[in-house]
Design a protein around this ligand. Structure first.
Ligand SMILES: *Cc1c(COP(=O)(O)O)cnc(C)c1O
Length: 834
């Protein structure tokens, strides 16, 4: 009785508190008042102060308005017994959050007016926000788009990631070369969007050894992980609001902290350095994001990061379960599902086994039944150099107990393989999680432990089944499926392209913001003159914005009537920025020899970061800049051709680039790009694609048809076939345009003061072993570009293509992608908030 009374009393207090909180208004006046309060009272600044403080004040104002909704959503998910999904990812490339959060809360106009009243500008404040660059490229940005869509769909999905102290490096260009600068995105304080939740700190173990003993009470054989060093994982929660639906989901980022400031025994023995080093060793774990996109690198710290993420997140989920349901795990897998974003978190398979067996005392078979029905794996690449393998010796040193479990998983799996294919030893060797060089193959661990395995575009999923994972496909065909990537139209249209948003809202209503297939309705206006004119005017305005950015960053002036031809993405040989440069050199050479009849003026933009250790990628950046220097300063060239390398490509740059682009370059060697998502952002914003039949280009082409897409190049099987007898010199010998291009390159025309610096590039494309077969696609690419130039001269035709590309981009919303993950894999019940 007494207890019940107390609960009721608390509820009354709570009610009272909620009443107070609900008074938080959403009007212009309320926002103004809170903004001023934070700026003056909390930050001790004033309206004249640096835009960064104003950004902070506005973000606290907005965060306040997320808080109650956040708590309510948490309650709705955890009130009854609801199934939840956990998105485990080493990367979340969030970018800025202020404008997105304003949009999703439905208070952009109010915030704009509030700032206007105060004599400030919301746009200037938004510009002051640093990008949260906790990812490399497509994979990390995908995770961020997924989070936005899950919140908008009301799906109980929690993101789990790492709170890197330093995110993706800042790229500077000096003398044409990439220079990396650390990205201390947190500045000297905290990220205004995060809430530290020290009460959910978890302890992560490394090293030591595993000891078996018989439990004196139960008589059961028990395994203990002993003598390990321990590190704290402290969670920081970031709110992820859905679009105007009262839902706020959670992205939980783990930060490493030393368990003790000093190792006292070492300190007392006079080992001051070792004692302090212990602390920084621990905190090193989340110090910096590895800047390698699509390539593994075998470093101990990276394995530590992966285990740290996985162990902290799984402990978090299991502890919450135990708090509510005690040690009854019978239906754990019915209520929890883990989505592994690539192989980076695939240790989750072994770690959940360890937690269930060692900590929760389940038997192997019970634990395996749970693990193998709650894990799902998404593969992101077919590139062999990206397949993670860790040496057994590193595992022994760092994660001895986890390695034992992997051995046991593999032993049982190998038995299964032997039963299916008796006597087929080569196959058993191929499929073993431990390979012949004594490395743990993380992709195989993920496959063996998952009930669902997906690729990220139709072609990619097909190639996984036929090639890379064919043995596994033969064993478990039912596990394989496709989930074509997408991007969120809230960020990539509504927020970054306000001109387009206004036009769309006016013509087809606002439903497209949460139901992108509504865009097809604009095809009804494809012949509507005023609509067409506005469409073109919006594009023109966006091109001006982009031209301003290019001029500010590079000093190169673009003429907005020219074709804006853009390739921005990580610099990688398979993405073939080189092919793009060869085409620019070809155009330059045409201009120099006076072959300019019926010319289309073109402004080419290339941008992207190279992994700091990827010498060839860095050399490609230098080549782009060297060619740009010559092209842009030649009076013969004038407005006919411009080339600019945009430094420090990142999410906030793409928000200006995508809306201002006419032509989207998606020119990877067929079979190499898993999906691409940049291609989708461009398409939505009315760019037309020039591309190979690769990744999601296949589905883009399907949607828009040949007449609205510039297709070129070898197809995947043709690439495979040509590999047998590839002879690049043959293309040069028979193509005078290629001869002209190599004539200039080999004469050192673009590097007169630095002779020889491009020799390795020239050699690589001329090598019969060039895996990317750049020269094989040159002629076909040049011809497609000629089609582009012609099409662009007919403004009206181009405008139609632009409208159709956007109109048919509906399927590339991550809302669609998330519905498919949910229908086929997660099976969560969406919540509705009042
Ligand atoms: C979308 C995006 C990517 C992915 O681009 P792809 O062309 O698909 O490789 C990479 N980086 C940033 C900043 C992005 O916004």
């Amino acid at each position: 009785m007494a207890k019940k009374k107390q609960t009721e009393a608390e509820t009354d207090h709570e009610k009272h508190i909620f009443e107070l909180l609900k008074q938080m208004g959403m009007s212009e006046k309320d926002i103004e008042a809170d903004f001023v309060h934070y700026l003056y009272n909390m930050l001790g600044r004033d309206i004249e102060s640096d835009a960064y403080y104003q950004f902070k004040a506005m973000s606290y104002t907005v965060r306040d308005r997320l808080m109650m909704r956040w708590k309510d959503t948490w309650k709705a998910y955890n009130g009854g017994k609801n199934k939840k999904a956990y998105y485990l990812s080493m990367e979340f490339l969030i970018g800025r959050s202020l404008s997105n959060n304003l949009l999703n809360l439905g208070i952009e106009t109010e915030a704009e007016k509030a700032m206007y009243q105060l004599g400030g500008s919301l746009e200037m404040i938004e510009e002051a926000e640093k990008d949260a660059g906790l990812g490399n490229g497509g994979l990390g940005r995908l995770a961020a788009c997924f989070m936005d869509s899950c919140a908008t769909l009301g799906l109980p999905v929690l993101g789990y990631g790492l709170r890197y102290e330093y995110g993706m490096f800042k790229q500077l260009i000096k003398n044409g070369y990439q220079v990396e600068e650390p990205d201390h995105w947190l500045g000297f304080g905290y990220y205004p969007w995060e809430i530290q939740r020290s009460e959910y700190t978890r302890v992560i173990k490394f090293g030591g050894y595993s000891r078996q003993f018989t439990d004196p009470h139960t008589g059961e054989l028990t395994i203990h992980w002993e003598d390990a060093e321990e590190v704290f994982a402290v969670p920081f929660d970031v709110p992820i609001p859905g679009y105007k639906n009262g839902v706020v989901n959670t992205l939980r980022l783990w930060s490493a902290e030393a368990t003790e400031g000093f190792n006292l025994s070492e300190f007392n023995q006079g080992s001051y350095f070792e004692a302090v080093a212990d602390k920084s060793d621990a905190e090193n774990i989340t110090m910096v994001l590895y800047p390698n996109d699509s390539s593994e690198n075998g470093k101990e710290l990276r394995l530590r990061q992966q285990y740290f993420l996985v162990s902290a997140s799984l402990q978090d989920v299991v502890c919450q379960w135990v708090d509510k349901f005690g040690d009854d795990f019978t239906d754990f897998a019915e209520y929890n599902v883990f989505q592994l974003n690539d192989t980076h978190p695939s240790l989750a398979v072994a770690e959940l086994m360890r937690i269930l067996i060692d900590d929760r005392k389940l038997h192997w078979d019970e634990a395996w039944a749970i693990v193998s029905s709650s894990m799902a794996y998404t593969n992101h690449t077919l590139l062999p150099e990206a397949l993670e393998r860790w040496s057994v010796s590193l595992f022994e040193k760092l994660l001895p107990r986890v390695l034992e479990i992997i051995y046991e998983i593999n032993a049982r799996f190998m038995k299964q393989v032997a039963m299916k294919w008796p006597g087929d030893l080569p196959r058993q060797r191929r499929m073993s999680i431990i390979d012949e060089h004594n490395h743990v193959c993380m992709a195989y661990l993920a496959i063996v432990g998952s009930f669902s395995i997906n690729g990220v575009a139709a072609l990619h999923s097909q190639l996984l089944k036929e090639g890379l994972f064919n043995d596994f496909y033969q064993l478990w065909p039912e596990r394989f499926n496709n989930k074509t990537n997408g991007v969120t139209q809230r960020r990539w249209m509504a927020s970054c392209n306000p001109g387009l948003k206004t036009l769309l809202d006016e013509k087809i209503g606002e439903k497209w913001v949460t139901e992108l297939t509504q865009l097809s309705k604009i095809e009804d206006f494809v012949n509507d003159k005023p609509f067409r004119q506005t469409w073109m005017a919006v594009k023109r305005e966006n091109k001006q914005r982009l031209a301003d950015l290019v001029e500010k960053e590079t000093g190169v002036k673009f003429d907005v009537t020219a074709l804006f031809d853009v390739q921005v993405k990580r610099i990688h040989e398979y993405k073939r920025q080189l092919l793009n440069v060869l085409h620019v050199i070809h155009l330059y050479s045409r201009i120099k020899r006076g072959d300019t009849d019926n010319w289309t003026n073109r402004c080419v933009i290339i941008g992207g970061k190279a992994a700091p250790g990827y010498a060839m990628a860095k050399k490609i950046i230098k080549l782009v800049n060297s060619v740009a220097d010559i092209v842009n300063s030649d009076p013969d060239v004038g407005d006919k051709l411009k080339l600019a390398f945009i430094p420090n490509y990142r999410v906030s740059a793409m928000e200006i680039i995508a809306p201002g682009t006419d032509l989207s370059e998606q020119i990877s060697t067929a079979g190499k790009e898993a999906s691409g998502t940049g291609n989708m952002k461009f398409m939505m914003n009315g760019a037309v694609t020039i591309g190979t039949l690769d990744g999601a280009n296949v589905e883009i082409l399907d949607a828009v048809g040949q007449e609205n897409f510039f297709l070129f190049g070898l197809k995947t099987p043709e690439v495979a076939e040509l590999r047998q007898h590839y002879y690049p010199q043959g293309y040069i010998d028979t193509d005078s345009d290629l001869q002209a291009v190599f004539g200039l390159l080999e004469a050192g025309h673009f590097n007169q003061l630095e002779p020889g610096i491009f020799d390795d590039i020239i050699q690589s494309v001329k090598s019969p072993n060039d895996p990317w077969m750049t020269l094989a696609d040159f002629r076909s690419y040049v011809e497609a570009q000629e089609e582009v130039a012609l099409a662009f001269q007919n403004h009206s035709r181009w405008n139609t293509m632009s409208i159709i590309n956007s109109a048919r981009s509906g399927i590339f919303s991550t809302d669609r992608t998330m519905r498919e993950y949910n229908d086929d894999i997660w099976k969560l019940k969406p919540v509705k908030m009042p």
